[in-house]
Design a protein around this ligand. Sequence first.
Ligand code: SAM
Length: 280
Amino acid sequence: MSPEKNEAGRPGQVKTVTSVSNPVIKDIRALVSQRKRRKEAGLFVAEGLKLVTDAMQAGWPIRTLVFGGEVRDQPMVSKAAATARARGALVLDVSRAVLTSITRRDNPQMVVGVFEQQWAVPGKIAAKDAALWIGLDEVRDPGNLGTIVRTADAVGADGVVLIGDTTDPFAVEAVRATMGSIFYVPLVRMSRPEFLKWRTRWPGVVVGTHLKGETDYRKADYSGPVLLLMGTEQSGLPEEMADACSQLVRIPQAGKADSLNLAVATAVMLFEIKRKTLEL
Ligand code: SAM
């Protein structure tokens, strides 16, 4: 039997893999490249030692840890591998070619983890007095979504609601852009009709951002629970979503740009909403 045929791998064990056609490696590649596969399996891939360590520290269930043989003796890698094994994950010590095939890069990350997706449920959203949630209507760009999750974490927001047909927060690019904040910021998903129904029970203000908003964002009332609603990159908030807001605000602009980038506009709003409570 060839060594590759011994590469089955059981949870809690360390196995060596050198073949890019190993079935476990093929499954991980599918998780990286196919949203459908991530959805079916309820899994996703985090690339890089920092993200993998952050996820495990935050208690996200790990299924598989993959590391390159050339970093096997680095203390942080051994520690991550020991933690993953103790949690029952399959641990794979692989060749550079295998990591290149997973990450689709010539200069691949040397550590990759497969984790279970975690979603918060709408019923569990507690709208305490200073609550701040961000609703993203049909956000398309994984970099924007990841940056918004990172900024939400930075200002201490309570979570992000993904409304309608959005990009996948568990795509490798989105996870990477969160810089680990995805492991700390609750994510909820809803269709537009579900959101519009849920919104009627929201006890505070619903602040929509709109290029036709009549209120300067610095003059709006952000007391009590705030639900901040941001529009999609292409066309902004559709009418039914804008109508669901208690106020529509605009960030004034000079110059020729017709709008701000979605993640930038979200950051401007979040720091304004938290201006009085964030301290050095
Ligand atoms: N062409 C789009 C439109 O007509 O709304 C531009 C969308 S913009 C790239 C993406 C989102 O960022 C907007 O839907 C809004 O939520 C927010 N945004 C961008 N610039 C803004 C501004 N100056 N004031 C308020 N919101 C803004």
